[in-house]
Design a protein around this ligand. Structure first.
Ligand code: MIC
Ligand code: SF4
Length: 639
């Protein structure tokens, strides 16, 4: 068996472990962050369960850190008090980015984790089966419900050789993205093996598993070996260690090999993480801004490399350099050993340990600016500036470029820097607040920004609605429900967000949808890639979107649509995409029966028939009949 199969087998609640079959697995741990957490906890509360039933559940505050009004602070208070009441550990603002802190302090090899954030697979670096999901799926798991997914294929990436100086883990995952594209991982778990694995530290492995999300993969996973043990020991957690390897005769659905010694520094060019070139091919583009941090590249080792490269240098006068260490553990260690002083002396702008510029919470670049970032997503407009061009690079490339003021191959930089793995990390969990003991009185505080969320209604027998938008391939959840410093404070306020839904594609869509009261969306391939935000389903639900007809869907978004009771319909014949135009009327008859059977006929303008299908299990088709997962669970079907 592969590593992933071993973990799935030991957690299997129902189903056959055959590729594509629906399986249900028991979840050991959950995590939420604040921008998806408020919805997840509101949904959890509405399920009427008195305490979480997982081994460990964590609520992090790391996204909405700019408190420019009362809204974010209200959300923090709500999450802190709800966590306290229901048995959830609370990681305070300032303690760090959820994935980095979870890797340091909580991830356990061989266990399962789901998180309401698409980069939850980061903890796969420690041999954990870690999956990103919508908030409602996480709420159900907190309540002790299993997590349902289609058994993925297991794709083997064999790493051989050793990285050359100035080439780093980021370049490995950019190479995987170059080869597989942002759709290449759909329906797959990416499992790493080969002697190259032993040359990579846990934080390096985490950069790779983190950005596996950009492949559309269900998750990515590394073996749990001596390197894992060493890391856990240094975190004072050796008791959490179990060894995990694939069997020699493990069967993979596909495989590919990467010789690490052949790699060179790479860059993902605008506006997609798979638009990968070598740094030298991309040329010496002028860099207006360089941002180092995010859940992809903000570990102690990354930051130490950055500090050593910056030592004695000054940032180029035309370039702004920001640095956000991934956790308080990292920041404190940099402060203690003097590295922070080097970073400050070089002229970097040091931000707090949080997502920051990665989710457009500050540091929006200037008009038409080029921003080089060590992050994982460079979708258009995500930085907060629509005309900005974001390039994704390694920390080494980022520093070399910040000093030169233009995209620079770090191998031109001078002597390579070496960072030792710390024998002992600074481990003080005093910013993690344990929940109130069972049975004690605990009050949940709800500020005025916390608004009720929409709930779907039973699927009707017949439906007709206009097509208000026709879109192309690879529409991201950043298009569907944009996030930036102005909108993130309203993640608990669906009515407010609804005025911005799909606005990067058509500014008039929200008003048109409200006027029409019901509508249908049409899209190409990979609709809903990117973030796990269920706002990209809840807001359309609020606006009356009844169905999305697409060539294909991204995994988490499709689950979020179904959980909200919105039909995700796939063309049986891709070319039929041409038969539907904006403003056409689409009608369905006998809809409940058709959805139950997974095949749906749509009639366009009362004339043309288009054959569609629902690529989901029988259980999900039932959920659609109920008008969403919450109704289904409340009806007693949801275990
Ligand atoms: C992201 O990177 O897009 C986010 C913000 O972390 C999201 C979650 C969200 O939209 O709140 C994610 O990746 O799931
Ligand atoms: Fe935060 Fe960015 Fe990571 Fe999302 S991708 S969790 S916004 S650091």
């Amino acid at each position: 068996m592969t590593i992933a199969e071993k973990i799935i087998k030991s957690h299997l609640v129902s189903g056959q472990m055959a590729r594509g079959e629906e399986i249900a697995i028991k979840i050991d741990q959950t995590l939420t962050q604040d921008s998806t957490g408020t919805m997840a906890y509101l949904q959890f509360e509405s399920m009427g369960i008195d305490r979480v039933k997982t081994k460990r559940s964590l609520a992090y505050i790391d996204h909405n850190m700019l408190q420019s009004g009362f809204e974010n602070a209200d959300d923090h208070k709500y999450i802190q008090t709800v966590a306290n009441k229901y048995g959830i550990y609370f990681s305070r603002p300032g303690n760090g980015i959820c994935h980095q802190v979870h890797l340091e302090r909580f991830a356990v090899p061989g266990q399962t984790l789901i998180g309401s954030d698409s980069h939850t697979p980061t903890c796969g670096a420690l041999g954990m089966l870690a999956i990103g999901a919508g908030g409602l799926d996480v709420a159900v798991a907190m309540g002790g419900g299993a997590y349902y997914l289609n058994m993925p294929g297991i794709f083997n990436v064999r790493l051989t050789g050793r990285l050359k100086p100035f080439v780093s883990a980021k370049d490995i995952i950019l190479e995987v993205l170059r080869r597989l594209t942002v759709k290449g991982g759909v329906g797959l778990i990416i499992e790493y093996s080969g002697d190259g694995v032993e040359t990579l530290s846990v934080p390096e492995r985490a950069t790779i598993t983190n950005m596996g999300a950009e492949l559309g993969a269900t998750t990515s996973i590394f073996p749990s070996d001596n390197i894992t043990l060493e890391f856990l020991k240094a975190q004072g957690r050796e008791k959490d260690f179990t060894e995990l390897h694939a069997d020699d005769d493990a069967g993979y659905c596909q495989s590919m090999e990467i010789d690490l010694s052949q790699l060179e520094p790479l860059v993902a060019c605008p506006h997609s993480p798979d638009n990968v070139k070598t740094v030298s091919e991309a040329g010496g583009i002028k860099a207006d801004q360089v941002c180092i941090g995010s859940c992809t590249n903000s570990s102690y080792q990354d930051m130490m490399k950055v500090a050593l490269m910056l030592k004695g240098k000054t940032v180029h006068p035309d370039t702004s350099l920001t640095i956000s260490p991934g956790s308080r553990q990292v920041l404190k260690m940099l402060a203690q050993n003097g590295a922070l002083a080097e970073i400050i002396s070089a002229g970097a702008r040091v931000l707090e340990s949080s997502c920051g510029p990665c989710i457009g919470m500050g540091q929006a670049p200037a008009s038409n600016a080029v921003s080089l970032r060590t992050f994982n997503r460079n979708f258009e407009g995500r930085s907060g500036t629509k005309s900005a061009k974001v390039y994704l690079v390694s920390p080494e490339t980022a520093v070399a470029s910040a000093i030169n003021g233009r995209l620079t191959d770090p191998r031109e930089f001078g002597e390579p820097v070496a960072v030792d793995k710390p024998a002992r990390f600074y481990t003080d969990d005093n910013m993690i607040i344990p929940p109130a003991p069972r049975g004690s009185a605990a009050e949940v505080v709800r500020g005025p920004n916390i608004k009720p969320f929409p709930i779907g209604t039973e699927l009707p027998e017949a439906l007709d609605a206009p097509v208000l938008l026709k879109m192309g391939d690879n529409i991201t959840t950043d298009h569907i429900m944009p996030s930036n410093a102005k909108l993130l404070p309203f993640r608990s306020n669906i009515p407010y967000l609804s005025d911005y839904c799909l606005s990067p594609i058509d500014q008039n869509f929200p008003a048109a949808a409200k006027k029409s009261g019901k509508c249908i969306l049409v899209a190409g391939h990979n609709y809903g890639q990117g973030s796990s935000r269920e706002h990209a389903a809840l807001v359309p639900l609020y606006l009356g979107v009844k169905a999305v007809i697409a060539k294909s869907f991204a995994r988490i978004h499709m689950a979020n649509l179904m959980n909200s009771g919105i039909l995700p319909l796939v063309f049986q014949n891709e070319n039929d995409y041409e038969l539907i135009k904006k403003d056409d009327t689409v009608s369905f008859e006998n809809l409940r029966w058709q959805v139950e059977n997974g095949e749906v006929t749509a009639v366009i303008n009362g004339r043309t028939k288009v054959q569609l299908k629902i690529e989901a299990s029988e259980r999900y088709r039932q959920i659609l009949l109920y008008g969403g997962l919450l109704n289904y669970v409340k009806a007693g079907s949801g275990k």
